[in-house]
Ligand binder design. Structure first.
Ligand code: F6P
Length: 547
């Protein structure tokens, strides 16, 4: 039998068994199997992954494992690490794992000595620069220590470092880092209002060095330095890019240009020089710990058996939700204030990577691909959109994240925070008990009619799936590990869907159209009769503005 046939038979099997699983509630699944937690969770040194509250049974789980083995996931993982050109449209490898190369724990699959050397050299160069900023060896043009970093970049050139610095705020002891991403001038003007140009270092982060959002913000920020009498502007500007010539043409000194390679995707780049703002904020030692955590996750992904492999299981759970249960979104809810930017980071990671329709063989995927990723932090979201999760008409699976230990100086809140997190996953899974509601209401003197009405409205049906990630404490190492697990999950899903998770060609159209419209908007007499009536009407209305 050929492999393709095997795969489709297995997929059929998963779907067939799912028919009976779908008929069972989570409550029933837990009643039937007292060992669910044991069976559907993985415990490692610093992370517990509990997916027992997903509506999956033993048979489906085994089928999924057979399926992922048959598609040859381990071989695909080795291809990723070996640097095969798996980003086929751009004819590139996706070697982000090499960026966390750890000489103390080298991985057998990282065989390209030249690239390893390049990574280590550039890492050391970047870290030395970060330390020089932190210590004041590298001073501003007026011989002052830099107090603030204005980081200008967008997408992968911003979301990762921004999320990490936020997550690591208990460790941040360097200059303050401020992120500018939005083309809207208000973003920049709001931020520079509180900065002193004499002590601000500008980082222009753009892999391509062509992204207009970033370049226009960079030009305006430089103008701000100029307007404020900064003489040696070059001293105040640093670039992180794959385009040495682009950055040099922009006027940046070569020694202030840090390299990222064409074999690193923007959204996978925080481990490279793209991590410069992180290193400036928290220092070399902690930055290295983040890399070490990610390297441990890489080792795990490569070498753990499939049944115990966290990112593979994460990918399988996500596929189960998306393709078997047909849920179209995933809500990410960290019960950790410092992970508030994780949902938006994961939005790019997952949706830009796997928001595709075409497969490797250029045919259209019959399976739905990336779910919509969204979320917010607990407990705040309990008081906003959780109503819909509990009683709305859509089923929205949730990924909960919570630390066993808090790094907050105020420790007394933590038990209640953890209780809320576990309570939400319980409420989602098992809902409410009619009897208890009735009992509670019976203590109020209500008419029977009112009691019945309220009981109905208060009932929560449950049967909403969730997975909980309980990590030890949000240290640099744990953070690095978690992010790398999510990166690998995205890769696993891409392998199952047969799509290239490493390009993002769909975003190009919008950029091109914006340029064309900008020409029409900025040229007073230019009209374009080829435009649709809506866009033409909007442009005409804009051009008619009074000021
Ligand atoms: O427009 C999408 C995108 O290309 C992302 O993939 C990327 O992370 C972001 O823009 C920024 O690109 P660059 O780093 O080249 O400025």
């Amino acid at each position: 039998m050929n492999k393709k046939k095997d795969i489709s038979i297995l997929w059929e099997k998963i779907n067939t068994n799912a028919i009976s699983v779908k008929k069972k509630s989570l409550k029933k699944l837990f009643e039937e199997d007292k060992d669910r937690f044991k069976k559907f969770s993985i415990m490692t040194e610093d992370l517990l992954l509990d997916f027992s509250k997903e509506n999956i049974d033993q048979k489906s789980f085994e089928d999924l494992i057979d399926f992922i083995k048959t598609i040859g996931i381990k071989k695909s993982i080795r291809k990723l690490f070996n640097g095969e050109k798996i980003n086929i449209t751009e004819e590139q490898s996706a070697l982000h794992t090499l960026l966390r190369y750890n000489p103390k724990n080298p991985l057998a699959e990282h065989t390209d000595k030249k690239k390893i050397e390049d990574v280590l050299t550039e890492r050391n160069r970047m870290l030395l620069f970060a330390e020089n900023i932190r210590s004041g060896i590298y001073l501003s043009s007026t011989d002052k220590k830099y107090t603030d970093i204005l980081h200008i970049g967008v997408g992968g050139s911003s979301l990762g470092p921004k999320m990490v610095i936020n997550a690591m705020s208990p460790d941040a002891d360097g200059p303050n880092v401020h992120f500018i991403s939005n083309l809207d001038g208000s973003n920049l003007s709001d931020v520079i209002e509180s900065l002193s140009p004499t002590t601000t270092l500008i980082i222009i982060a753009s892999k391509s060095f062509t992204t207009h959002d970033t370049l226009i913000n960079a030009n305006s920020a430089i103008q701000w330095l100029r307007d404020n009498g900064i003489k040696n502007i070059k001293n105040h500007i640093v670039a992180i890019t794959n385009s040495l010539s682009g950055a040099k043409d922009f006027g940046i000194n070569e020694e202030n240009i840090f390299k990222i390679w064409d074999w690193v995707g923007g959204r996978f780049s925080l481990w490279s020089s793209m991590g410069l703002p992180i290193a400036i904020a928290i220092g070399t030692e902690k930055f290295i710990k983040i890399l070490e955590g990610a390297n441990e996750a890489d080792d795990h992904f490569l070498n753990q058996p499939i049944e115990k492999n966290i990112p593979i299981l994460m990918g399988l759970i996500a596929i189960w939700r998306r393709n078997i249960m047909n849920y179209s979104t995933t809500c990410v809810v960290p019960y950790e204030h410092h992970l508030s930017l994780l949902p938006s980071y994961l939005q790019q990671l997952e949706m830009e990577s796997n928001g595709k329709t075409l497969m490797w063989d250029n045919s259209i995927s019959i399976l739905k691909t990336s779910p919509i990723i969204w979320g917010g932090t607990g407990t705040e979201v309990q008081h906003s959109f959780f109503q819909l999760m509990h009683q709305g008409t859509d089923v929205i699976p949730v990924d909960f994240l919570i630390g066993k230990n808090t790094r907050s100086k105020i420790k007394t809140h933590h038990n209640l925070l953890v209780s809320n997190c576990i309570a939400q996953s319980r409420a989602m899974a098992f809902g409410s008990s009619k009897k208890i509601i009735e009992k509670e209401l019976s203590e109020k003197s209500l008419s029977n009619e009112k009691l019945n009405e309220l009981t109905k409205h208060m009932e929560v049906s449950g049967n909403k799936p969730s997975t909980t990630y309980m990590f030890d404490s949000l240290t640099p190492k744990v953070l690095g590990k978690l992010i790398a697990y999510f990166e690998h999950k995205v890769f696993v899903m891409g392998c199952i869907w047969n799509i290239n998770s490493f390009d993002q060609l769909g975003v190009e159209l919008g950029k091109k159209l914006a340029q064309e419209i900008n020409e029409i908007i900025t040229e007073p007499n230019l009209l374009n009769n080829n435009l649709d009536s809506s866009s033409a009407g909007l442009i005409a209305n804009f051009k008619n503005k009074s000021s």
